[in-house]
Design a protein around this ligand. Sequence first.
Ligand code: ATP
Length: 235
Amino acid sequence: MLRLNNIKTFYGNIQALDDVTIKISEGEIITLIGANGAGKTTTLMSISGLTPPRTGEVMFLGEPIHELSPNRIVTMGISQVPEGRRIFPHLTVLENIDMGAYLRSDKEGIKKDIEYIFDLFPILAERRGQAGGTLSGGEQQMLAISRALMAKPRLLLLDEPSLGLAPKVIRQIFDIIVQINTEHKTTIFLVEQNANLALKVADRGYVMENGRIILSDTAQNLLSNESVKKAYLGI
Ligand code: ATP
């Protein structure tokens, strides 16, 4: 479904990614783990077109997308849930959800998808008229995921969904991520610092250090890999 072929991404003169190659098949949950500043967010932004790679290719469903605009990439079926949620605090929950459909015009389809979102996150249905900024961190994460789902993605990019949340809320969010993958048939690319949790829900994982992929394997093998255990699992 998605291939990053030897991408190099820069911020001005600063090189953030070096020869990154990642493959994601339809239906998978793939995780990218690594320390602060390793280049995980930059990898997502290289896919979504917000920080396009300077060299290399990003292929989605067989087509090159690395020169397309972020809007075009959304309409092709890729949505990103940014780190820190970035919801619109002064808009209501429903308006925030609606914002995710800004590139769609199928009113009936949008209505149906909002119902699906409210089934998935009943708390958001209860709070639909409330300003987004008044929600708890976990609810804001649910709202950010909902907004991304409204674009009807085939590939969902999630950037640190566990950040700043309590363990119980994190488990809830991760259960929903798995549900979106299985029931909604959405492929998931999950960036996480909580490697333990991410590897438990993922099929395969990539480990990034200093802008390079240093290891890739099945999630199960990574969980029992001695260097991964020491560096990322605190074991
Ligand atoms: P974090 O978990 O802290 O978000 P990360 O693994 O997602 O870390 P990135 O945010 O992708 O890492 O950062 C990769 C490198 O690029 C870092 O060295 C970072 O300082 C640098 N970087 C990120 N954004 C910018 C920017 N806007 N301008 C300059 N350098 C940047």
